[in-house]
Design a protein around this ligand. Sequence first.
Ligand SMILES: Cc1cc2nc3c(=O)[nH]c(=O)nc-3n(C[C@H](O)[C@H](O)[C@H](O)COP(=O)(O)O)c2cc1C
Length: 232
Amino acid sequence: MSVEEALRTRHAVRAFLPAPVAREEVERLLALASRSASNSNTQPWRVHVLMGAAKHRLTSALLEAFDSGRRIPEAELEYPYQPAPDAWPEPFGARRRRFGEWLYGDVLGIDRGDAVLRAAYHARNYTFFGAPAGLVVTVSRHLLSGALVDAGLFLQALMLAARAAGLDTCPQASLIHFHPVLRDQLGIPDDQIIVCGLALGYADPDHVLCAHRTGREPVESFTVFHDDVPTD
Ligand SMILES: Cc1cc2nc3c(=O)[nH]c(=O)nc-3n(C[C@H](O)[C@H](O)[C@H](O)COP(=O)(O)O)c2cc1C
């Protein structure tokens, strides 16, 4: 698969088949992702890979924390990484609302006011959407916010490498809201920032969640070309 095809076909998959992914394959994908650029080649990423009983233990603890209302609000997340602002300025607020209406309304057919069904859907995050592998990516806190750029590059490379191998992914900031559970279960020390979770596996092609794609703003809406032809 070309890089272009991997970019075009990658999307956030939220329903997976139970088919396992071999540990050797995950190692191969991680080795590819580690070819990502990082500031001065510092390679600040660390990855926890959860499969089998270990994944089950973590997801049980996450679901228990979710069900008992122990979600940590946005504003109380770990400095220096807060994945979302307390209030969304425009045009991002409108895009976020459009995404929510698309996912909960168009795709899932859940009414705006149906908090119970919305919560039941959201809980799927904490089983990694049924994927056979769940990953948690962290970076050293000592490198400040610069390491978050490196982590983002690593995550994108990992998602594209997975796609090229016929696998699918979903990045998951939702896990960060339960960072004490992740720290406790995975032994993540305080000097590591938890950046993102990642579901990894084979998409369930027949699931309604896999039948839709998000849109994008056109290039001219986010790009300024400074390409005047010199006049002298
Ligand atoms: C940093 C980050 C965190 C995300 N967290 C979640 C999440 O917790 N749950 C989820 O279902 N999707 C999550 N997503 C997926 C986005 O919703 C998705 O990438 C976006 O809507 C664009 O859709 P696409 O990836 O299918 O093209 C996250 C994506 C990123 C980059």
